[in-house]
Design a protein around this ligand. Sequence first.
Ligand code: MG
Length: 332
Amino acid sequence: MTIREHKEQREQAYLSPYAAKSINSAGRKLPSEKCDLRTEYQKDRDRITHCKAFRRLKHKTQVFISPEGDHYRTRLTHTLEVAQIARTIASALSLNEDLTEAIALGHDMGHTPFGHTGEDALDTLLPGGFRHNEQSARVVEHLENEGRGLNLTAEVIDGILNHRTSCNPSTLEGHVVRISDKIAYTNHDLDDALRAKILSSADFPEYINETLGKTPSQRIDFMVKNLVENSLNKPEISFSLDVAKITNELRLFLTENVYANMLLHHRERNKIQTMLRLLFEYYSENPQKLPPELTARMDNNPTQTVADYIAGMTDRFAMNSFSDIFIPEAWN
Ligand code: MG
């Protein structure tokens, strides 16, 4: 018996009846040899961490444009915080930690440069709109690995595609990631907003402090414990009603006091949207300037191909491309 087969047996024996067992996976689109050491979901986790889109997350904005300071979250550190929270919850509920980790690490790989400002820009440029969760699924299914995709299991793709609030993932592990994403970003966006002095602690509603805790670590701990206590041995993942309510109020507070504030006052927002629109127009008119693996896909849907290229850019790659194309070079 291989080590992987031992692990599959352990999953059957020790995981919750509601957990996704790697041996029951609906599998991959293309046949792939099984590993002697790793389960199918561990293989997927490794395929994600070794791919280029994952590495580019370190230079993509979460909320605050990353060059502003070294301590703000980037899309990569956000992803790692989500994975850590999600694994803690999955492990406490005896769900499949490997599947949870794979979904968490891949969930934001379709995010554009410059966070939701970039997403909004692409959303207006594409006839069918742009949603980063769908783009994350495109990255793992079609774009990574020189356009061949990562050939992941159906459950990992499903969790990545359905990590947004309005979606309904097919596994509890997918639900754990969906909620862990919110636990992570509400707490770290708040922390970063205080760091950026967009908020002061005095603005923060006292009753939220009193219920959830005063520091990010106290709040995360409280939310995770409530979620675990309330979901133990149940076929669904949810907070207790009172905590669900106050968590929503915290998100609303952030929307009104941090995100909206940034949309209105962030002087860079218009510049970013103009820059991405001009790049989009430039590559639509000059498809020969796209990397060869993308030009090959151009015939299927040229607009989507240009969006794929721009969505894949890091903040600084977009700025450098813009500068190369549109800013005259000085004589040296
Ligand atoms: Mg996220």
